[in-house]
Design a protein around this ligand. Structure first.
Ligand code: UD1
Ligand code: CA
Length: 449
């Protein structure tokens, strides 16, 4: 039986932020969520998060994990003190506890599984993840005997110059036999440079304690400041992009592209430079996305092109062309083989099949049928200053350039709206609507000076 506890009570002073460190985002998730999710592979029977600094905010951000228990650490007196707070919550717990710092977001599930298996097969009192770092500055140094049994851990700031030469560092990821840990936790002392209770002090009081080196040292990168956050992001991005390229997606100038690991792509899609794919986005095969596009929480069908455009919370069906410079936002649904072109904004609007909105339009709260042509500069006046109103446009209808459709309004099927009209009344099927003043020409008229 294994419980998971995430340390998320610290402020993260080095981030210089209003936001608690563990709530900083990385590829669409917070740091603490990433730490939590990396442990799912061991099937924990209990999940605990130790919160303190801005506890309410941290709890709120994790509220959608229903089996998560919150443990309050009122004062942040160090990582050892944080784990002491678990004692009443794990009173009769006889199993092992996996403890993770909330600021270690790049762990792979297989690494956690390996830690857990090493711990159980060797019947260790404690087991921890370590790495040999090229630059170990800032991390606790782990001193072992020749068989990987840990003797003690010394924090960077408490190390002598000679001890600092040890490049084996503590990753802040531990597995403990809980009854053995609980018995010694009350004995921790704060006799160090920071006057804090360090969890790392328990290792010299337990036996046997084994260190497991991670294969890829980048996995245990801790995030303490913005530079380390940017570095973690680079590592994560490289992983995500390598995986999609291996799965048959072309990325042109991958360094300029960002892809959240919540995104799904399909083979033979081409992602062009300066494109950013975020949230729960799925892009089918045969698409060309970018250059210069942002797609967020959206579904894109096969063979769609999106050029220099922003698409959020929307759905675009197969064969449609979007852009350049289009903005689809909030519950937009564009049918198959449509064209949404230059400087067009769609909001809460659906287009049927083979419908074109090619230039300079705003359609909001509109339901548009099939084979409709929305002329250049057509605008739905959907907002009266207080409420939003709907517009409905039937199949085969054409609006002339610079039409204003004052909602609520319905245009039937096969309607033609003359250019420059301001339409305020519904128009029946098969009709022409003209709503503009007639042109007057005064022959021979000249300005008198
Ligand atoms: C810690 C380890 C260090 C290790 C490094 C790995 C200790 C004493 N040191 O150092 O050996 O190399 O992680 O990244 O453990 N936290 C609380 N309550 C507290 C203090 C901290 O919940 O009172 C949480 C923080 O929110 C954070 C985590 O514990 O998620 C680690 O704290 P941090 O201050 O970042 O420890 P490091 O100095 O990085
Ligand atoms: Ca840290």
């Amino acid at each position: 039986m294994v419980a998971v506890a995430i340390l998320a009570a610290g402020k993260g002073t080095r981030m210089k932020s209003q936001l608690p460190k563990v709530l900083h985002g990385l590829g669409g998730k917070t740091l603490v969520e990433r730490a939590l999710l990396s442990c799912e592979s061991v099937n924990p029977s209990k999940r605990l998060a130790i919160v303190g600094y801005q506890a309410e905010r941290v709890k709120e951000s994790l509220a959608h994990y229903d089996s998560l228990e919150f443990v309050e650490q009122k004062e942040q007196l160090g990582t050892g003190h944080a784990i002491q707070q678990l004692i009443p919550h794990l009173k009769d717990f006889e199993g092992d506890v996996l403890v993770l710092n909330g600021d270690v977001p790049l762990l792979r599930s297989q690494t956690i599984t390996k830690l857990w298996e090493t711990h159980t097969t060797n019947k260790n009192a404690a087991t921890l993840l370590t790495a040999q770092l090229p630059n170990p500055r800032g991390y606790g140094r782990v001193f072992c005997d020749n068989d990987n049994y840990v003797q003690h851990i010394i924090e960077d700031r408490d190390c002598t110059q000679a001890q600092k030469q040890n490049r084996r560092i503590n990753g802040g990821v531990y597995c403990f036999n809980w009854p053995q840990l609980a018995a010694i936790l009350p004995d921790l002392k704060a006799d160090n440079d920071q006057k804090e209770y360090y969890i790392t002090d328990v290792f010299s009081m337990m036996q046997p304690v084994m260190a497991v080196d991670v294969e890829d040292y980048q996995e245990i990168n801790g995030v303490n400041d913005r530079r380390q956050l940017a570095n973690a992001d680079r590592i994560l991005q490289a992983r995500v992009k390598d995986a999609w390229m291996a799965a048959g997606v072309t990325l042109i100038d991958p360094d300029s592209i960002t892809i959240d690991d919540t995104v799904t792509l399909h083979p033979d899609t081409i992602i062009e430079p300066q494109t950013h794919l975020r949230g729960k986005t799925e892009i089918a095969s045969g698409c060309r996305i970018g250059p210069g596009s942002l797609i967020e929480n959206s579904t894109i069908g096969e063979n769609v092109t999106v050029l220099y455009s922003v698409v959020s919370d929307s759905e675009v069906e197969a064969g449609t062309r979007v852009g350049p410079y289009a903005h689809l936002r909030g519950q937009v649904k564009v049918g198959q083989s449509c064209r949404v072109g230059n400087f067009v904004e769609l909001k809460k609007t659906s287009l049927g099949e083979k419908t074109n909105v090619a230039h300079l339009s705003y359609l909001g709260d509109a339901t548009v049928g099939d084979r409709v042509n929305i002329g250049a500069g057509t605008i739905t006046a959907n907002y009266d200053g207080v409420n939003k109103h709907p517009t409905a446009i039937g199949d085969g209808t054409k609006t002339g350039s610079n039409s204003v459709l004052v909602a609520p309004i319905t245009l039937g099927k096969d309607v033609t709206v003359a250019a420059g009209s301001t339409i305020t009344e519904d128009v029946e099927d098969d009709s022409l609507a003209i709503a503009r003043s007639r042109q007057t020409v005064k022959k021979g008229w000249r300005l008198q000076s």
